[in-house]
Design a protein around this ligand. Structure first.
Ligand SMILES: Nc1ncnc2c1ncn2[C@@H]1O[C@H](COP(=O)(O)OP(=O)(O)OP(=O)(O)O)[C@@H](O)[C@H]1O
Length: 593
């Protein structure tokens, strides 16, 4: 290694040499037995699960098609899990970047995981910067993860073979680790309230806001580093009324700290319900506003609601807004029917009695339906519910009572049922794949949420999501705005949300978002949209522009499919939509797949 190294890198190389390591002769590694690895995984289950929920989706969106893997280690440097395309794991396994292997500097020399754990900061170790010669084909960026009490609990890392890491990769891994830390904070035992605070209202949901968690009595349980910057002297145990003023639950901007803006919500093991002061919901697309008003009426009478719409149009978001708007006091319990293992569907939904089957928990399990008592039961991807469970769900909806697995005793429940799907349930009924009686029962009212390309308020949404992620007062240049407006968004709001998150991160200190801030892979997708742009689509010339966007989207699917050599799964992953959606689109355009 040559001179002019950053101090942390020079220190790390010195430590590696002092540990007696030689760059040409990797020492024997330290690897856990399968049983020891299982034990470590078990005790860090929450961390693994929060990484899967809060870091993996964005990683997958941005990097899963590359030769990169997302790697989680514990604070002792043992790799716990890694995610990414399986075909890239082989070469990394050859250099022991594998579950159970220890990557502390004393075993592996300078490397992103071990050095980030040692230095306590996010850093990239690229190619030649690795101490061992055999590691120099990799680019790695890692960030330490800290628990709410400041304890170091692990490191999150992105490792790539050919992709050379830049400042952008470093910012991405820092942001992913930060999201995991926020999720840990929100999971603090006894946490009842979450207070977001920032110097301006726009910053409140930017991802860079301060966050405080308090218990039932308004006592501070934990806070993130940004909140510590705002409220220097705040310590766990402090009274929120003293810190922020008596009005802290009312989302007041008046507090002893001057200009701080607050947003308070209730926490639970289920999604939170805003306490008060939520603004009335208003959609600026006429079709959507009509759907909203109808849905509100139906929900106030406890009639089941069925929501249809393409992937990512905001079905779940819509349901959460309905729930916040409703007077129901119980929790909102969301069930993703597609993610339930077939053999567990019944016990997950209906609960079970103690000792009902081998492997059942000793104290029994309430089940999602009874957890939702007094609130909302949101059955997402209802089209994926196995037929056997459909029959039992029908009985629950008819009788309004549940019989847990292994019990003969029915229990009354009071639930508002909302189901959602991107599938055509009527066709599934015709094909015998979905019970007609359940379809009728769920379908008290059906609302269809329009895809983003058909919404007349596209431009407004682009600005709204920009405000959500920008960290300062920042505009969008006309060129980029034009590209965003005329793209067909096959992945709908989810795709736009992901893109904004990344672009805002990369243009954090810039006065304006520009095309140069869009990573090349995303830009290529937008460019494809432009190439097929045959006219204006500004959201006002509805019918004609919508037709063109539809056409463009089909074209985009065909182009991506060709790039993926006809592999529908790869194409779906790249576009962030389901395989079924691709087949449906291709059928609609009369293309034989
Ligand atoms: N009205 C909205 N304003 C801002 N962001 C939104 C809105 N609706 C949805 N989103 C964002 O778009 C993304 C997708 O939303 P959501 O999960 O509700 O879609 P969905 O239709 O339920 O998707 P799927 O069919 O895949 O389950 C989320 O990141 C959500 O925050």
């Amino acid at each position: 290694m040559k001179a002019s190294l950053q101090p942390w890198l020079a220190d790390s190389w010195r430590r590696s040499a002092d540990a007696g390591l030689h760059e040409n002769r990797p020492a024997d590694g330290l690897r856990l037995t399968a049983a020891d690895l299982d034990e470590r995984l078990e005790s860090r289950r929450q961390l693994v699960s929060l990484v899967e929920q809060h870091a993996l989706p964005l990683f997958s969106k941005l990097m899963a098609h590359s030769d990169s893997r997302l790697i989680l280690s514990d604070s002792d440097g043992f790799v716990l899990r890694h995610w990414g395309l399986a075909r890239y794991s082989d070469r990394l396994a050859n250099v022991a970047l594998d579950c159970g292997v220890n990557w502390l500097e004393e075993h592996k020399g300078t490397n992103a995981i071990g050095t980030a754990l040692r230095a306590g900061q996010a850093l990239s170790v690229v190619g030649e910067q690795h101490y061992f010669r055999q590691h120099r084909f990799m680019s790695c960026s890692a960030s330490p993860i800290f628990a709410p009490n400041g304890e170091l609990i692990g490191a999150l890392d992105i490792t790539s073979e050919r992709l050379r890491h830049t400042q952008q990769t470093l910012m991405l891994i820092s942001s992913l680790a930060q999201q995991v830390e926020t999720a840990l904070l929100c999971s603090l035992p006894g946490g009842r309230f979450r207070v977001d605070l920032a110097a301006s209202r726009q910053l409140l949901s930017s991802g860079w806001q301060g966050i405080l968690i308090a218990d039932d009595n308004g006592r501070l349980l934990g806070l993130n580093p940004m909140a510590r910057q705002y409220l220097g002297r705040a310590q766990p145990g402090a009274d929120l009324a003293e810190l922020l003023g008596e009005d802290w639950q009312r989302q007041s901007s008046q507090c002893p700290w001057g200009e701080l803006h607050l947003a308070t919500s209730a926490l639970g093991d289920t999604p939170s319900k805003k306490i008060q002061g939520a603004k009335p919901v208003k959609f600026h697309d006429p079709k959507l506003e009509q759907a909203w008003q109808l849905a509100r009426k139906v929900v106030s009478r406890q009639i089941p609601l069925l929501i249809q719409g393409e992937t990512g149009v905001g079905k779940e978001h819509f349901v959460r807004q309905l729930y916040s708007d409703s007077h129901r006091k119980g929790p909102l319990v969301a069930v993703n029917c597609a993610a339930l293992p077939a053999e567990l569907v019944e016990s997950e939904l209906f609960g079970y009695q103690a000792g009902a089957f081998t492997g059942a928990a000793r104290q029994g399990y309430l089940g999602k339906i009874r957890q939702a008592d007094g609130g909302f039961l949101f059955l997402d991807e209802i089209g994926e519910l196995p037929l056997a469970a459909q029959g039992r769900l029908l009985r629950v909806l008819q009788e309004r009572e549940v019989t847990p697995v292994g019990s003969l005793q029915a229990v009354k429940v009071d639930i508002q049922v909302v189901a959602a799907t991107h599938m055509d349930l009527q066709s599934m009924v015709d094909e015998g794949r979905f019970r007609q009686d359940l379809y009728f029962r769920l379908n008290g009212l059906q609302v269809i949420l329009p895809p983003l390309r058909q919404r007349s308020d596209r431009t407004r949404i682009i600005h709204k999501l920009h405000r959500k992620y920008r960290s300062q007062d920042q505009g969008i240049c006309a060129d980029l705005l034009g590209w965003l407006e005329s793209y067909a968004w096959p992945g709908n709001l989810r795709e736009l949300d992901n893109l904004m998150q990344v672009v805002c991160l990369l243009a954090e200190d810039e006065p304006e978002l520009q095309l140069q801030h869009v990573p090349e892979a995303l830009l290529a997708r937008l460019r494809q949209g432009r190439q097929h742009d045959t006219g204006q689509a500004d959201g006002h010339d509805c019918g004609q522009a919508d037709g063109k966007l539809e056409q463009r989207m089909r074209q985009q699917i065909l182009t991506t499919l060709a790039e993926c050599n006809g592999n529908v799964s790869a194409c779906a992953r790249r576009l962030g939509i389901s395989r079924n959606q691709i087949y449906r689109r291709l059928r609609q355009s009369c293309v034989k797949s």
